[in-house]
Design a protein. Structure first.
Length: 324
């Protein structure tokens, strides 16, 4: 699935930017990034429409790309899963909803839950010329830590949302998200050690509540990376001219690193677990080296030699995050 913004979303964002001074947006974006890095929630960062627009200019492409990658993997792991309803929890600009509609075009009903009025207003503005499900999305203002019980949906997505919740409230929030999920829950966080830590805590809680982990883990054992590394993945996306200017960047692309978890209820048809590639494959003279998370809950370093022509042909097509 392409990490590029869908054409209607790109056009809507361009229209929203018309006549808005880019220098002012760049300054707002810089302040917003600094505030988020300091741990401030959206309520203290996104205070007016231009704050939300500055965030969309700098972060919407990356959050969309990560959501599209994760939800495409959910569809691949559960090919029989066809959600009709979606709860986008901590919806922000609606990036996860746009990604979900691209993966499952027959989604019929969307609910956006967010505490930020400017975000919800911008999400509606961007969706105005999108698919019917997006145009008709129900916007519900509420804090993830206090808004439950939330509308139930076949699929619940919380992308880049847990970081804004106090650590002592995260597990109860995840339980509410799981209670709202009729079939599956997808969590997406920044691909940092802290983001991985939040995903790991959610994984433990969800397994205890009887969920099946569809991805990225190929097992329900303890994560073998604890204390040595962190589980994260990456997607490369293009930068528009405005995007580059707002971020003060010259490179025409960026790599968004993310951690994620897809949990499902029993009965959601899933593909068999397979080892997953945990790092970019390394090509050397003997062959291709793969770091794999195995079915036995261990990390395996596997080298596929050039002499193994069939295996080498497969390994050459593998990327970071793929299954073997």
């Amino acid at each position: 699935m392409s990490p590029d913004l869908p054409a209607p979303l790109r056009a809507a964002l361009d229209r929203a930017l018309e006549g808005v001074p880019r220098k002012g947006l760049a300054e707002r974006a810089a302040r917003t990034s600094e505030a988020y890095r300091a741990g401030k929630p959206s309520s203290g960062v996104i205070r007016e429409a231009d704050d939300a627009l500055a965030y969309a200019l700098t972060r919407l492409p990356a959050t969309y790309a990560a959501c599209a990658t994760v939800l495409a993997e959910a569809a691949r792991m559960a090919p029989g899963f066809a959600p009709k309803t979606l709860l986008d929890a901590g919806a922000g600009t609606g990036a996860a909803s746009w990604a979900a509609v691209q993966v499952w075009p027959r989604l019929a009903s969307l609910t956006w839950l967010d505490a930020s009025a400017p975000f919800l207003a911008l999400a509606a503005q961007l969706a105005a010329e999108g698919p019917a499900a997006l145009r008709g999305a129900l916007a519900q203002r509420g804090d993830l830590t206090s808004a439950g019980p939330w509308p139930r949906a076949d699929l619940v997505v919380a992308s880049y949302a847990l970081a804004e919740i106090a650590p002592d409230r995260q597990i109860s929030t995840i339980s509410e998200l799981w209670n709202a999920a009729e079939s599956a829950l997808a969590l997406i966080e920044p691909g940092t050690p802290a983001g991985y830590g939040r995903i790991l805590a959610a994984r433990t809680a969800l397994i205890a509540q009887g969920s099946t982990i569809l991805a990225p883990c190929p097992h329900h054992d303890a994560c073998p990376l604890v204390g040595e590394d962190w589980c994260h993945f990456s997607v490369r996306l293009p930068r528009s001219r405005d995007h580059r200017l707002a971020k003060g960047a010259e490179v025409p692309f960026e790599d968004e690193r993310f951690s994620y978890l897809i949990a499902a209820r029993p009965g959601v048809g899933a593909e068999p677990w397979r080892p997953r590639v945990l790092a970019p494959p390394r090509t050397a003279k003997p062959g291709i080296a793969l770091k794999l998370c195995g079915l036995d809950g261990r990390v395996e370093q596997r080298v596929v030699g050039k002499r193994d022509k069939a295996g080498y042909a497969v390994a050459r097509r593998l990327g970071w995050g793929d299954v073997v």
